[in-house]
Design a binder for this molecule. Sequence first.
Ligand SMILES: Nc1ncnc2c1ncn2[C@@H]1O[C@H](COP(=O)(O)OP(=O)(O)O)[C@@H](O)[C@H]1O
Ligand SMILES: Cc1ncc(C[n+]2csc(CCOP(=O)(O)OP(=O)(O)O)c2C)c(N)n1
Ligand SMILES: [Mg+2]
Length: 324
Amino acid sequence: MNISDIGEFGFIRAIQDHTIVTPETVTVGIGDDGAVYKTTPGMEQVVVIDTMIEGNHFIIGKTATWHAVGYKAVASNLSDIAAMGATATQLVLSTALIPSMTVADVKELYRGMKDICQVYGVNMVGGDTVTARESTVITVTVLGEIEKDKALLRSGANVGDVVAISHTLGNSCAGLDVLLQQERGYEELVKHHQYPQPQLALGRLLVSMNCHCANDISDGLASEANEIAKASGVNLILDKDKIPFSPALEQWCAYAKKDRYRYAFGGGEDYELVFTMAKDDFYRLKKQYDDVTIIGSVHPGTGMVLLRDGDKESPLQPQGWTHF
Ligand SMILES: Nc1ncnc2c1ncn2[C@@H]1O[C@H](COP(=O)(O)OP(=O)(O)O)[C@@H](O)[C@H]1O
Ligand SMILES: Cc1ncc(C[n+]2csc(CCOP(=O)(O)OP(=O)(O)O)c2C)c(N)n1
Ligand SMILES: [Mg+2]
């Protein structure tokens, strides 16, 4: 059965179960002209949006399943919420779907979204449905909350801060290459590509540990580090040999003759956090959350990123994934 067989209202009926995870915050969910939800007194509201397009962001049967597409469409939004240091609360979305998409596939797409919403306590409170001619487009908006004046901004890096990242870089793009080249194995890399984990818990810890500045790594470290340098009006110096990689990525690079730095700087979709804070605060953080690594430092400057390789320093251009 296709979605054109059940119509728009049949479609909504098919997906509206299990959309509310924290009922105490939702007065009206799916089913009316608008959703009505409660906010926590004293908290500021945060809103983010991200779109995924078939062909550009995923190829069904080759780089993703519908379940993974749903999961990742929400994960990329939650990653932006994490980069602000906020908690996620509500979600609305717009789906442009091809009429010949099967009801089973749509249910898988929504199962992926509901699975990650369940993990992070986010309610799906509404959406919009239109038909697409050639490729599916999914736009998700997530709402979140943060204590007044505590949001982690790209503009907050201070001279003297360390620059650090969470976990390791490059796994998602390497996983994409594994899938596109139809190689076997490397499940860990493939999982990073299909099911990225938004760093919400770390974002909250960063807020509590006086972090000055954060950005999520959706377009590659080169691009995100340059955004911080520019927004903060400082220079970042990154040490090439301090960038951490997973053993799985190193194995893949050795096998496929790929450059791990190209993955880290320009790969994108890692959804790790890059952040800056005072060194003492970083070591306090490290005691509570070990999977963070110092990769550089913040210096007076005009908004550049310099990459230190041995005793050479050269500008790291903001090249990464862009849509144009
Ligand atoms: N089409 C658009 N219309 C309005 N604002 C936009 C548009 N695209 C991006 N922005 C805004 O520009 C800023 C920078 O976006 P970007 O660097 O792409 O963030 P991210 O990498 O987190 O998606 C954000 O505040 C974002 O909301
Ligand atoms: C089939 C396919 N080709 C290429 C990519 C790689 N890719 C697509 S979008 C993207 C960057 C992140 O997407 P964007 O929409 O810019 O996220 P944002 O920065 O807005 O969070 C990357 C690396 C992919 N995921 N799938
Ligand atoms: Mg964007």
